[in-house]
Design a protein around this ligand. Structure first.
Ligand code: AMP
Length: 497
């Protein structure tokens, strides 16, 4: 199947040719015809499957073929959970739409609102936004939804996880109905399904990967160890397995900073992405990582989704995520577009409950491999189906020495696996910042335990701007409001405003 056979207009086909997209991915094959036909869509598709082009291309097609923009209006709205994803989706629209005469913009919180208000004056064909900032723009009457034709909810499950449910409800109320609504989510929780019920009209359902199954091309394994030894173990693995660029997930912001500090002290270039960092610093860190100026990017889960980093071979879960679905998203950063990748988790006894939840969700047991010298004093209990996993030890006897991830031996035989670590003296500094510094072995203390926030548990009392919203809703097209759920709730502002 070709993109041309899907009926996309020539300017888009020219762009795809230039991008060397020769064939639609499975999600694109299903989504493009449905969106072109004006259908609603409910798609279970992970980042890395080509889902962005799956909705952007047919939207660009339809916007180009008909209609014009009115001042302060927007024809297509894409809601995303994080600033990083907002930038990325916006970039995709600009890339895919570079040969069509449409106007795109991106709006998220953490940066001044005034330039965004100005940009909206002339109206837009496509606005990519995070829910909190969009709500602020709506309250300031900087944007109107009367001409909204298509609403896309990208990574909808993540938006709920981040506490955007209340903001979303207010936005839906202000949107006209009828409209086309496309809902993308890596996983479909019950909360998502119930949201979809209220929003979607007879949607085409697409499922390109089995429910909650981690990307198949990613080799996963875990190393049981003690919490306090994780920094040291991470450093040891980096050197022993000669990791190139690594994306590392740490539970707390403080833990992220501590790990970055330790790596810098060891002469390893590293940068951090987490919610305490201002947006320009987060984008800079991502850019430095993408352009290989830094070897290690350490992130909280705010970065777990939407990061499209080509050919990233290694993801490390320094801490397991508190929300099991985030594991799937984290490891989805590697093994993209058919490439193979590896995801290793450093797991301590405290995390056994999180591990069990992840294994239950993904329906697979993560193979365990002990690393000699780093065995856990506080044993990590076997998880539900752990009998299916390779036992870490047999009757108190130490298991064979760690030889790398599953498949490592075969890879070694083929000459492509891990080589033994070079002697310390022969090790080259991994980055332009210089070689390992003498001294500090004082790694971070094991990351402090973050506050586990159960789904939907972020509650901030107060219904901001109810009046102006009611006004906006009233201005929406006749037949008007009513797209969303309208349960009375106390809602919260999401952290990614
Ligand atoms: P996404 O899942 O939308 O984040 O896309 C993942 C990656 O796949 C991006 O780097 C896209 O540029 C790339 N991609 C999307 N569709 C195709 C395609 N049909 N052929 C080749 N690469 C693609």
């Amino acid at each position: 199947m070709t993109f041309a056979s899907l009926g996309l207009i020539d300017p888009l086909l020219r762009t795809l040719e230039a991008l060397a997209y020769h064939e639609p991915t499975p999600v694109q094959k299903q989504a493009i015809p449905a969106v072109l036909a004006g259908r609603d869509l409910m798609a279970a598709a992970q980042t890395g499957t080509g889902k962005t082009a799956g909705f952007a291309l047919p939207i660009l097609h339809r916007l180009t073929m008909a209609g014009t923009v009115a001042p302060q209006s927007v024809r297509c709205l894409v809601l995303v959970p994080t600033r990083e994803l907002a930038e990325q989706v916006y970039d995709s629209f600009r890339t895919y739409g570079r040969n069509v005469p449409l106007r795109y913009f991106v709006a998220y919180g953490g940066v001044p609102i005034e330039p965004q208000v100005n940009k909206l004056r002339k109206g837009l064909d496509v606005l990519v936004a995070t829910p909190g900032r969009l709500l602020d723009l709506l309250r300031q009457e900087a944007i109107r939804f009367e001409s909204l034709q298509t609403l896309v909810l990208d990574e909808a499950d993540r938006m709920l996880d981040l506490g955007f449910s209340h903001d979303l409800d207010l936005l839906f109320m202000a949107m006209p109905k009828p409209r086309q609504t496309l809902l993308f989510s890596a996983t479909f929780s019950d909360a998502i399904r119930s949201m979809a019920k209220g929003l979607l009209n007879n949607p085409v359902e697409i499922q390109v990967s089995p429910r909650n199954t981690a990307t198949k091309t990613v080799k996963q394994w875990l190393i049981p160890t003690d919490k306090k030894r994780k920094p040291e173990l991470f450093l040891h693995l980096m050197k022993k397995l000669r990791w190139g660029q690594v994306l590392v997930f740490v539970k707390t912001r403080k833990g992220v900073e501590q790990l970055v500090q330790m790596l810098l002290e060891e002469g390893i270039t590293a940068d951090a992405i987490h919610g305490d960092k201002p947006q320009p610093a987060r984008l800079r860190a991502l850019d430095r990582f993408k352009t290989a100026q830094v070897q290690v990017l350490v992130a909280t889960d705010v970065a777990a989704r939407g990061l499209d980093i080509e050919a990233l071979p290694q993801v490390v879960n320094f801490d397991l995520p508190t929300v099991a679905e985030d594991y799937v998203h984290r490891i989805g950063r590697t093994g993209r577009a058919g490439a193979t990748g590896e995801a290793v988790s450093l797991v301590c006894a405290d995390e056994v409950g999180l591990l069990a939840a992840i294994e239950k969700l993904t329906g697979q047991v993560i193979p365990r491999e002990e690393e000699p010298g780093f065995e856990a004093d506080h044993r990590v209990p076997a998880t539900g189906g752990a009998s299916a996993a390779k036992p870490a030890t047999a009757a108190g006897k130490k298991k064979r020495p760690f030889t790398g991830p599953p498949g490592g031996k075969a890879a070694l035989a083929a000459g492509g696996g891990q080589r033994p670590a070079a002697p310390a003296a022969a090790r080259k500094p991994s980055s332009p910042s210089g070689g390992p510094k003498a001294g500090s072995k004082a790694g971070p203390k094991a990351g402090p335990v973050g506050t586990a926030v159960p789904r939907g548990a972020i509650i901030v009392a107060g219904g901001r701007g109810a009046k102006s919203l009611a006004r906006s809703a009233g201005k929406a097209a006749a037949g008007g409001a009513g797209g969303g759920q309208r349960k009375a709730r106390t809602g919260g502002r999401g952290p990614a405003r």
